[in-house]
Design a protein around this ligand. Sequence first.
Ligand SMILES: C[S@@+](CC[C@H](N)C(=O)[O-])C[C@H]1O[C@@H](n2cnc3c(N)ncnc32)[C@H](O)[C@@H]1O
Length: 210
Amino acid sequence: MSRYIRALSFKWLTPLYDPLLKWVMREETFKRRLIELANIQPHMKILDLGCGTGTLTLLLKQAHPTAKVTGMDGDSQVLDIARDKSRGTDIQWDEGLATSLPYPDSALERVITSLAIHHLVTDDKRQAFKEIFRVLKPRGELYILDFGAPHIPLTRFMATYMRRLEETADNFDGLIPRFIAEAGFGEVKEAQHFVTLFGPLSLWRTVKGD
Ligand SMILES: C[S@@+](CC[C@H](N)C(=O)[O-])C[C@H]1O[C@@H](n2cnc3c(N)ncnc32)[C@H](O)[C@@H]1O
């Protein structure tokens, strides 16, 4: 059964999301890396799925001003914060669910998503990857930054605690690449791995074949 998990689980904690990510998780380090890797060309159509308060979406627009950037999230409260942060830009903010994306087939060149997939229950993760596959153009690319399988004893230890948080167990068990491949994508590469205070993060890259 589906379950909706907000940015910090509870509505009243949402205002603390940006300071927490900035100061405790050093979010800019990995968000900037994602943008560097995403091989974005002028005028591309790009979706930030589960964009939350829009920090990654804004960084992306600043790095690629001609790109047609959309941030989408299921929570209107975080979208209000994102809209406030992005005044003066032409970023499109949409309310929608990862399991039924409000976009036509083959509409986008890139889908990026950061720290959102671990909010979805297992069936919804699988369904979200099918939806991403549907909305990407052939040769379109998907970049996912989220908790991943630990590589070293320290992060294995962290994962034993963190797996109780939200729906992270699939991530720490190394199942995300399998779910992505099942949705029809080609090879799934872990392009980078980060160790954070909340556990190991993986940055995966994959392409929708022709
Ligand atoms: C931890 S926040 C990550 C926000 C942002 N991407 C970042 O990196 O800071 C997870 C976000 O996923 C959103 N989310 C959770 N379930 C969702 C769903 N089924 N569809 C769309 N968004 C969802 C939440 O509302 C929240 O804003």
